[in-house]
Each structure stands twice: as structure tokens, then as C-alpha cells.
Design a protein around this ligand. Structure first.
Ligand SMILES: Nc1ncnc2c1ncn2[C@@H]1O[C@H](COP(=O)(O)OP(=O)(O)O)[C@@H](O)[C@H]1O
Ligand SMILES: [Mg+2]
Length: 247
């Protein structure tokens, strides 16, 4: 279980997160949506311990990670797989080495076993046999899939996806979400995903949280998001120009 309680985070005078309470049960899939710069990526980084909150708690299975030392945080991060928004792959490494990275870092596996798992993971994301390619040779959709392979290869208990389909066409977007779903159903991992593709995200997650002006403005079943009574949520989800949503 991941739990955020009264979490606050500011940068200078800008209070990005202003009292976040959020619970993600083990094995659940939570989607986070919200306007640009509403703090979605910051929230994910707090969960990974890449940022520390100014106040509040970030609990993973009952341990408050905000109180952990750098060493303790490294142990926490080893349980988490993440796919970040912009700097997804290491440009200077082959696809195979990129995907192998979490296993190699963890240690304890022979090289041929790592190679076997990398090849299986690449097959699972539809990229069999691409080990020797460099990231620059791949399309955007292929890079995202390599990033997904890397985020999930070590079977982390928690997987965090920040805009896994940004810049992809709608068909590739659906394929990526099918892949994320199949993977989560196999591993039972706890997933938090941020996406601007609200519709596609909602077909993947169970619950969705809407982040707005530093708070979780709405949280509910992904299926019924479009029926949310809150006019701000409705405007955001429908993309209406007129309404109470402040830019
Ligand atoms: N390391 C940082 N230093 C200063 N400001 C930051 C930092 N990270 C994020 N911010 C600011 O916090 C706000 C939320 O950012 P972010 O979480 O990336 O938004 P988004 O919801 O689009 O993912 C933005 O105004 C951004 O400029
Ligand atoms: Mg972001």
C-alpha cells in the first residue's frame, strides 16, 4: 500500500502540492490526471523518493520514506520501476543494455541469464531481436516500449509511468496500454500512471485522481470519470473551452 498524507511541496514561493492525501492499495492501478504543471510529475517523484516533501508523509507498506536516509531510499527505489517523461533511455547504451540496466545494477545474476531475460522482455513488448540497436535508431513508440521493458524487467512491486504514451499516435497508445495492462495482470504490481491521454488511461487504470491547484480535487472509478459531478473535472475531461477551470 502506498499512502500519501498531508503532503506539501513548494518550489520557492510556488506551492505545487498543497496537502495531498492519497492511498493506493497493493496491486491497484491508479491514474493521475490534471492540467499541465499541476504537479503530476512532482507527485510521482515524491513516491519514488527522488524528491522529499516539505511536510507530510509518503508511506510505502507502512514505512515513511521521507524519514529514510539516502541509503534507505536507494533500497526503496530498488522496489520501484519507473518510466520518466523525458529522459527515458540512455542514448549511449544499446537497447539491450538499457533494458538490462535494473538487473545489472541489482547484481547477483549471470550475464547469460540477464541476456535471456532481456530477450524475453523485448519479445513481450514486441521488440524481439532489437538488443543491438541504439535508441537513436528507434521510433518514438519503440523507445517508449524499450522504456517499459526496462521499467518492468526486474518485476518491481511498484511501477510508475509518467506519460508513457506522450507523442504517440492513438493506435500505438492503445497498444502501449494493452501492454501495461497485460504486464500488470501478470505481476500484480501496484501501478501509478500519469497521462494526458485521459481516455486511454481510463481504460487501463481502476481509479483516477484529478490533481488541481495543489490538491486531489476528485478521485473515483475510471469508468465513471465522465459522469463526475464536479464542473472543473467535467470541463477538463471534455476539453471544453468554457468553464470554471483556471489555466
Ligand atoms: N525541481 C524543480 N524546481 C523548481 N520547480 C519545479 C521543479 N520540478 C517541478 N517544478 C515546478 O512544479 C510545477 C509542477 O511541475 P510538474 O510536476 O512537472 O507538472 P506536471 O503536472 O505537468 O507533470 C511546475 O510549475 C514546475 O515548473
Ligand atoms: Mg509531468
Amino acid at each position: 500500500m502506498i499512502e500519501l498524507a498531508a503532503v506539501r511541496k513548494r518550489f520557492g514561493r510556488h506551492a505545487v502540492l498543497d496537502g495531498i492525501d492519497l492511498q493506493v492499495p497493493t496491486g491497484a492501478r491508479l491514474g493521475i490526471i490534471g492540467p499541465a504543471a499541476s504537479g503530476k510529475s512532482v507527485l510521482l517523484k515524491l513516491v519514488c523518493g527522488l524528491l522529499r516533501p516539505d511536510a507530510g508523509q509518503v508511506m510505502i507498506d507502512g514505512t515513511d520514506i521521507t524519514e529514510r536516509s539516502e541509503e534507505g531510499l536507494a533500497a526503496t527505489r530498488a522496489r520501484i520501476g519507473f518510466l520518466f517523461q523525458n529522459y527515458a533511455l540512455f542514448d549511449f547504451m544499446t537497447v539491450g543494455d538499457n533494458v538490462a540496466f535494473p538487473l545489472a545494477r541489482r547484481g547477483g545474476l549471470a550475464e547469460d541469464e540477464i541476456a535471456r531475460r532481456v530477450s524475453a522482455r523485448l519479445r513481450a513488448v514486441g521488440l524481439a531481436g532489437n538488443e543491438a540497436k541504439m535508441p537513436a535508431e528507434l521510433s518514438g513508440g519503440m523507445k517508449k516500449r524499450v522504456g517499459i521493458a526496462r521499467a518492468t524487467i526486474a518485476h518491481p512491486e511498484i511501477v510508475i509511468y509518467d506519460e508513457p504514451t506522450a507523442g504517440l499516435d492513438p493506435v500505438t497508445t492503445s497498444k502501449v496500454y494493452d501492454l501495461l495492462r497485460a504486464d500488470q495482470e501478470t505481476t500484480g504490481a501496484t501501478v501509478i500512471a500519469v497521462s494526458s491521454d485521459v481516455e486511454a488511461l481510463c481504460r487501463f487504470v481502476d481509479t483516477v485522481a484529478f490533481l488541481y491547484q495543489g490538491k486531489i480535487r476528485y478521485q473515483g472509478a475510471a469508468q465513471t470519470l465522465t459522469d463526475a459531478p464536479d464542473p472543473v473535472v467535467r470541463q477538463f475531461v471534455r476539453g471544453d473551452l468554457e468553464g470554471p477551470l483556471e489555466g
